[in-house]
Design a protein around this ligand. Structure first.
Ligand code: G6P
Length: 368
């Protein structure tokens, strides 16, 4: 096992650092610069069938569902297709109305999660085309779906999912480009996106190289009573995922919310002992986030901001800042989640938690 750890003290840290390679593997052979689109042959659907899709439903549990939420925003913005994301456990008992033009995507690292598998079977029973986004080759969900996309993230052993998440988001990005290019996206826009996607592995590497900055922030706030993670649009799913990582391995109460929901209740929690982590890279909702940060600061809440390089405003507002490389707002989730994974990891480390085997949790939940 030590050899597999490759010198890292924990699988989780190793898997966080595996991410440039994992996302490189997820995009390998799937980018077509000539046609300015993505190629996902495993979907087993021709362009005509892909064009007939009227609606997409995404189901999954835990981290996989959070990737689906990022996917929802990506597909809606690039392909203008209605997307609905649900907990697999809710979907299976909901009697959701579906029709023949709906495609269901089941997202699962292991491909064995009981609720996700039950959702797959229920959707199939209703005559839906069900596709998988799985990591484990030959897993039950991969076998029972009509096609799909393998993440190729490599084995993930740490209970807290890391590289499977960024790989899932990358797969959704490819899917959004593919569906977009059949609909509203021009060749020029497609090409720009593909070129930006190709830069992601190196940008993740540059974020990882600054892990010490995150470690210092983690040590500063490790005794926090609770933490709030706030983001909008493409960063909303990242706020949920950042909070999940934090609670899974540190046991600190952590909540993820859309930043605008602060006013509708969450802000009642804010005080000096409860830091808020804002996801505010350079995007269409940056100014809205800045006003939310000011509201938290006015209530003496510490603020940690994950922002973009070149942002000269944020340092004056937030107590601590981590800057990610500049990129399109569509790609930013892959870069902003990495400091949150590291924040959870280093917080757990300084609290002496059992990082790879957190209490009460299993890597794969194969019972209902
Ligand atoms: C468990 C794991 C999570 C994971 C979820 C879904 O709760 O602890 O890390 O996100 O299952 O797993 P899956 O294999 O379906 O992606």
């Amino acid at each position: 096992a030590e050899a597999e750890l490759g010198g890292y003290p924990h699988y989780m840290l190793k898997e966080i650092f595996d991410q440039p390679e994992a996302i490189r593997n997820a995009m390998r052979g799937r980018l077509d610069l000539e046609e300015a689109t993505a190629k996902l042959g495993g979907l087993n659907m021709n362009p005509h069938q892909l064009l007939r899709i009227q609606r997409i439903v995404i189901v999954g549990c835990g981290t996989a569902r959070h990737a689906g939420i990022v996917g929802e925003y990506l597909i809606e913005s690039l392909a203008h297709l209605p997307v609905e994301v649900d907990y697999a456990s809710e979907f299976r008992y909901r009697n959701a109305p579906l029709d023949g033009e709906t495609v269901v995507f089941a997202v699962s690292q292991s491909g064995e999660t009981a609720d996700t598998l039950a959702a797959v079977r229920e959707a199939k029973r209703k005559g839906m085309r069900v596709l998988g986004i799985c990591n484990q080759v030959g897993s039950t969900i991969a076998r029972e779906t009509e096609g799909g996309v393998y993440m190729h993230a490599g084995p993930e052993i740490g209970v807290a999912a890391t590289k499977s998440f960024t790989s899932q988001v990358l797969v959704f990005l490819l899917l959004a480009v593919l569906l977009g290019r059949l609909r509203y996206l021009s060749a020029r826009q497609g090409k720009k996106l593909i070129e930006a996607i190709e830069k992601l592995p190196d940008q993740v590497t540059s974020v990882l190289s600054r892990h010490k900055e995150i470690r210092a922030i983690a040590e500063k706030y490790a005794d926090a009573e609770a933490m709030l993670f706030l983001g909008r649009q493409f960063q909303y799913g990242i706020a949920l995922e950042g909070a999940l990582k934090m609670k899974e391995i540190t046991y600190i109460r952590a909540e993820g919310h859309p930043a605008a929901e602060l006013k509708h209740g969450v802000i009642a929690l804010v005080d000096e002992r409860i830091p808020s982590i804002f996801l505010c890279p350079q995007d269409g909702v940056y100014d809205k986030n800045v006003s939310n940060i000011a509201e938290v600061k006015a209530r003496r809440g510490p603020v940690i901001a994950i922002a973009s390089e070149g942002d000269d405003r944020i340092g004056k507002l937030a107590d601590d800042v981590f800057l990610i490389p500049q990129c399109s707002e569509l790609l930013a989730p892959i870069l902003t989640v990495v400091p949150l994974q590291l924040l959870a990891y280093y917080t757990a480390l300084s609290l002496g938690r059992d990082i790879d085997k957190p209490r009460n949790l299993a890597k794969s939940v194969t019972v209902e």
